[in-house]
Design a protein. Sequence first.
Length: 459
Amino acid sequence: MSILFKSGTIVTMSEGRDIIWDGSLYVEGDRIVEVGKTADLVPKYEAKADRVVDATHRVLYPGFLNIHCHSTLLACRGRAEDASNWDAIWGIMASISEAMTPEDAYMASMLAHVEMLKSGVTTVVDSGSHMIRAGDAAVDSGIRAFLHQTFRDADPVKIKEQGIYEYIPAIGDQGLQRAVELVEKFQGQDRGRIQCLMGPHATDVCSPDLLQRARREADRLGVGVTIHLAQNDVEPQQCKDAWGDWPGRMMEKAGLLGPDFIGAHAIFLNDEDIAVLARNHCSVSHNAQINAKRAHIAPVSDMIEAGINVGLGTDNMFYDIIEVMKVAQIAWRLRGGDPTQPAPETVLEMASINGSRALGMQDQVGSLEAGKLADVIMINYNRPRYTPRVQENVISNLIHFGTSNDVEMTVVGGRILVEDFTYIGGDEEAIVDQAQQSGAEVWARAREDWSRRMAKRKK
Ligand SMILES: [Zn+2]
């Protein structure tokens, strides 16, 4: 199928960051063939395109990348956001995850993917419970996905019940095995749309030995690595107490780091950690919105200044990347005290080209250029909130005033998945209905369990 988007504004995110006023973009199959001025493209392609999309008053952006997310935890939404860290993770999220059947996980993931596609996300890094069924949801929803099954060797029961870290090799073996099975099942599916990562869970719950083995498996399978990094203040201290090193050095010594590494959150980093990540050419997923809800702000400007590549993630419970861009800008300004930094363009880079670099996909996605995969979104700017619109404020208007409600079209690899503001890769209404039913049932099963756990903790 070929599509000509004609007469819109095109934010290319190319090397020169070109914005084309009265631009057009032509897609054939899964690739972008040409991006340029409407006057040049229309005579060449309008007659032969299967589909001509009028992009007047619309702005085309490269599809956004969400490089840290747990789609199955959608089922916790509206409860875990207002709990303490401990209650959220070991109370609510653990209870909900345990109460979910594989089918519940499938529905939660489907709904999360629909929500992401409708906010302009075309690539997601996803992990959670029942990952085989969550992976099936990625295949079915049409989103571009990097799946991983997290694993650890610290005994979760001991942490949950006594706050004690005990590293048990058999737990690590079992988790690593499942992670490898996920890669073997999904890596490369649908002509490479589905890929995988190795995802040891976090630096406090994985021993250096397990991290070493994770890296070996990642290299053997030809996939990258991701881990939760310093997402709370307990984690670095546990690392230091157990292994004598802060998380950065601990991972570096285990050989885990490299250009294919994404550390998620990266809030409680010290100068040594930042230097270690920079010298190993690592990437970080900045999950601005969930961090802010937990009363944290990550040191993003320090990381970028040191040379770390920073992309954006939604993490749990909500999946709207445009909201994350907004909070990322506000959080950075609150922390830095400078109303000019970051520029809206810097935030957009995080959601696009930086995300693609983190996944080693910078030659494929993250910008609108000839030869790249046709991951394209179209935002309707014919709205009060974007008016007046002139060449200078196109990006700024999205970051300051934009809403995912205005994402009119989302295309992944040349396939239209959102059209006229509606998910058309499947039956949106039926997916919402089924996810509502299964989600409410999960809450009914989990409610008593988390109340018991949280009450126990309070004693
Ligand atoms: Zn996470």
